[in-house]
Design a protein. Structure first.
Length: 122
């Protein structure tokens, strides 16, 4: 009977050792998979932050360019209006006076007048 008992104990011990080894491998694999998932989540969060930062920078740049363009167009419109006002004033003055002998001097005087009038209005 000892042989049977001895014979049975060896396979049981080997099975127990194999089971223990399998459990350790499972624990190691589980730990590694947890590390991989944690690293992937961190990488995804970092990439998301980088994408959002870049989008915010691009939006800020676009907004700044739009503001600059609007301001330039506003200045251009103001200059155009001043020139148009000078032309209208010169035409009106020419019709009233009936002479254009000193047109350049008149134009300068009207331009100064328009600029001063706009300076008081702002």
């Amino acid at each position: 009977m000892e042989r049977e008992r001895g014979g049975r104990e060896k396979p049981n011990a080997a099975a127990l050792a194999d089971r223990q080894k399998a459990l350790q491998q499972l624990e190691t694999a589980s730990s590694k998979s947890e590390q991989i998932v944690t690293a992937a989540v961190k990488e995804a969060k970092d990439e998301k932050k980088a994408i959002l930062d870049q989008a915010n920078r691009q939006a800020g740049d676009t907004l700044a360019r739009a503001k600059e363009q609007i301001e330039a167009e506003r200045r251009d419109m103001k200059d155009s209006m001043q020139k148009e006002m000078v032309e209208v004033a010169m035409d009106a003055a020419g019709k009233l006076i009936g002479q254009k002998s000193s047109e350049d001097m008149d134009r300068e005087a009207v331009e100064r007048f328009v600029k001063e009038a706009q300076g008081h209005g702002e």
